[in-house]
Design a protein around this ligand. Structure first.
Ligand SMILES: Cc1cc2nc3c(=O)[nH]c(=O)nc-3n(C[C@H](O)[C@H](O)[C@H](O)COP(=O)(O)O)c2cc1C
Length: 165
């Protein structure tokens, strides 16, 4: 069995659900995924491949995703790794490939990541918080696309099988 860690960093749950969708697709492809919040992962030992994703806030990856990448930099450099971000509160992520923000691009280079995808985000129209409620009024909604996520995870699964572990 190929063991894949899907680690996510999420503030309001949207990115956590994307990680679940990725896990479901990997399982459907015959792998054994472990979907966990990045901050709760004590070690990456025993995983053949890692998918790390984070929500975008103020142009940066969620801090738990950044910390995870730092904490396990050595181990991740020796495993196949894929990254994803979730953020745009519009349809751009479904209309074209959205490049990673600079901080995530740097992590991708450092870890030798095999790929990165940006998925649409979600924000409840009644989100709490000064800034969040302002943004929600203008752009609140769910812009995540299950099919986009599933297709990407399917590609990751195929590559994991091609790369070997
Ligand atoms: C205060 C705030 C700042 C945000 N900044 C960004 C940003 O810089 N880039 C982006 O694409 N999305 C941004 N978003 C949208 C979030 O990334 C989106 O709501 C995402 O789905 C949140 O994921 P989570 O539910 O896992 O926390 C922002 C949202 C809020 C509330």
């Amino acid at each position: 069995m190929v063991r894949v860690l899907v680690a996510y960093a999420s503030e309001r749950g949207g990115t956590a659900e994307i990680a679940d969708w990725i896990g479901a697709e990997l399982r459907a492809s015959g792998m054994e995924p472990d979907v966990r919040s990045a901050g709760s992962v004590p070690s990456v030992d025993g995983y053949d491949a890692v998918v790390l994703g984070g929500a975008l806030y103020a142009g940066r990856w969620h801090r738990e995703a950044r910390h995870f990448a730092q904490r396990f930099a050595e181990e991740l450099a020796t495993r196949p790794v894929w990254l994803f971000s979730s953020g745009p509160l519009d349809h751009t992520a479904e209309e074209k490939d959205v490049d990673p923000v600079p901080g995530v691009a740097k992590v991708a280079r450092r870890l030798g990541a095999r790929g990165h995808a940006t998925f649409g985000g979600s924000l409840a129209p009644d989100a709490r918080g000064l800034l969040a409620s302002k943004i929600a009024k203008r752009a609140g909604g769910d812009y995540r696309d299950h099919d986009h996520v599933r297709a990407w995870a399917g590609e990751v699964a195929r590559e994991i099988l091609t790369v070997g572990t």
